[in-house]
Design a protein around this ligand. Structure first.
Ligand code: F6R
Length: 256
């Protein structure tokens, strides 16, 4: 796992955008895993600027969202169908037909989850998965004690997650109670995991994910087992890392 600590949230956005853009320049038909929420918004803004400048194109790339609320109309502005369309698809110029979001409105959510797994496999798997992390350590919506081997499925959102996401809704009671999320086992199969975190509210989850034992108690800790995981943090998110100086040293002395 490579831990990159940068002075500001804007630096995190730019460094993560560099990684995404360089993959898509090398592989225009790359398959990206895209997170929603606040953490990756700056990455998408950065990439949208580069697309507008003609520096990179996502026209041939595909994307799979990490998760979707269950029971929220797809047309709701906070459904992840809407968020992905508004923040990712449109600004980055993806071909809509190559962007998938789990079907949280399906009559049979189990079938929808299985179909999502099949779609990822049919696309050849995910090349680069962008991740944020919840204050309680979740990645995707794999809440604490999610099986490290879990696949795409329905999960109950933790009260902490519902409270954290209440800022997106007019009334906290409107935050759905359930979601369909890629499982930890699904996420783990992506060829490169890129997790970004900004702000002190993420520092505890980051310390557990990066330096704690690998445990379903802190789902982000599964990154420790991945052969290619990059964690990009601002100073505040990194503030509880015991070995922060070593990570800075390792980046400064990275072989060419
Ligand atoms: C979003 C997702 C979640 C978020 C996490 C952090 O698709 O799967 O894991 O990344 O809840 O959310 P923010 O970035 O809003 O703090």
């Amino acid at each position: 796992m490579e831990i990159v600590i940068l002075p500001s949230a804007a630096d995190v956005d730019a460094a993560a955008a560099d990684i995404v853009a360089s993959l898509v320049l090398k592989r225009p038909d790359a398959v990206l895993g895209v997170a929603t929420g606040s953490s990756p918004q700056g990455i998408y803004r950065q990439l949208a600027g580069r697309v507008a400048d003609g520096a990179v194109s996502f026209a041939g790339a595909s994307a799979f969202a990490l998760d979707e609320y269950v029971g929220l109309d797809v047309g709701h502005p906070e459904s992840y169908h809407s968020v992905i369309a508004r923040e990712v698809c449109g600004p980055l110029g993806f071909d809509q037909a190559r962007v998938r979001v789990p079907d949280g409105s399906a009559a049979d959510t189990r079938k929808a989850a299985a179909a999502y797994e099949t779609a990822i496999a049919d696309a050849g798997g995910i090349d680069l998965q962008i991740l944020g992390i919840g204050t309680n350590g979740h990645i995707g919506f794999n809440e604490p004690t999610s099986s490290l081997a879990s696949r795409t499925r329905v999960k109950t959102l933790a009260p902490q997650t519902r409270a954290d996401n209440a800022r997106f809704f007019a009334d906290p009671a409107d935050v759905p109670t359930h979601c369909i999320t890629q499982g930890l086992g699904t996420i783990f199969e992506a060829r490169h995991l890129l997790l970004v975190a900004q702000g002190a509210s993420k520092s505890d989850a980051i310390a557990h994910a990066v330096e704690g034992p690998v445990s379903s108690r802190w789902p982000g800790s599964i990154l420790q087992l991945h052969p290619h995981a990059t964690v990009i943090l601002d100073e505040a998110a990194a503030s509880r890392l015991e070995l922060a100086d070593y990570y800075r040293y390792a980046v400064a002395n990275k072989p060419a």
